[in-house]
Design a protein around this ligand. Structure first.
Ligand code: ZN
Length: 271
């Protein structure tokens, strides 16, 4: 059991006040708030600070206050607990949150049944929080579960490698199918968009935000969520790295970085 998802619930509550703004704007605001919080803990160089400040300038002035204020503080509180959890878990020999058998048991007990399962390869905390916030703004119930999947190496094969113990082939779509069966869902979908964009080189953070097409992703999920409940999760997230090349996105990064989100996958239910 982790104790940091309550901070994420608080973040969703703050972000849902963005109401009618497009999903892409939600995403940009939430993404920037996390990076700003990550950089302030990690320590930032002048050029990297300029880079994030320039990105924040692409957000309409009335909403910049959230990125520098309430959302930033929510993200900061979350990151402090999350980083402490990661540090502690490095010492754990066997981490139960990294074991799919444990995770499935948890989901069966706590989630019970959903109608659709949506697995997003590489969807990171900013995307899951964006989806939750937009649904919450549309007055839907959203739950971020206190249990999370921990992916210590931040790559898909850490998860898919465990599928053999369920007599499944090691493809991510099989994980979606397994969740569907365990949660008595009628549909399952896997999307690779975020992972594909993460692997394209030469993107600036701004280019990344544009290429991910959050509205499309949201509409895809909303298509299933319109009448029914949907579980949204991923295999791992992505990391935001700050080095001599500036700020960039990858997953499975081995060293310290401002946002080490490739280690975590959240479980969000919209009903
Ligand atoms: Zn990947």
């Amino acid at each position: 059991m982790t104790n940091f998802t309550s901070e994420l619930e608080a973040l969703v509550k703050t972000a849902s006040t963005l109401g009618n703004l497009p999903v892409e704007t939600f995403h940009r605001i939430i993404f920037c708030s996390f990076i700003k919080a990550g950089l302030s803990i990690y320590g930032v160089q002048k050029e990297q600070e300029m880079e994030i400040e320039n990105l924040i300038k692409t957000i309409a002035a009335p909403y910049r206050g959230l990125v520098n204020g309430r959302l930033y503080l929510n993200a900061l509180r979350f990151l402090k607990t999350f980083n402490a959890f990661l540090k502690d878990s490095e010492q754990a020999v066997i981490l139960k949150e990294a074991n799919l058998h444990y995770i499935l048991q948890f989901l069966e007990n706590k989630v019970g049944k959903v109608d659709t399962v949506f697995v997003l390869d590489c969807a990171s905390i900013p995307e899951i929080i964006t989806i939750a916030s937009k649904f919450s703004a549309l007055r839907r119930n959203t739950t971020i579960y206190e249990e999370v999947f921990i992916n210590p190496v931040g790559v898909t094969r850490f998860l898919t490698g465990q599928l053999e113990t369920f007599n499944r082939e090691s493809y991510l779509v099989q994980y979606a199918k397994l969740l569907k069966e365990r949660l008595n869902a009628s549909l399952y979908t896997k999307s690779s968009t975020v992972d594909l964009v993460t692997h394209q080189h030469g993107y600036t953070l701004d280019g990344f935000l544009k290429s991910i097409e959050m509205q499309k992703l949201f509409d895809h999920i909303n298509h299933f969520a319109k009448q029914n409940s949907v579980l949204i999760t991923s295999d791992h997230g992505y990391d935001i790295v700050a080095d001599e090349h500036g700020l960039y996105i990858t997953h499975g990064y081995k060293k310290k970085c401002p946002l080490n989100f490739s280690r975590i996958a959240l479980f969000l239910v919209v009903d």
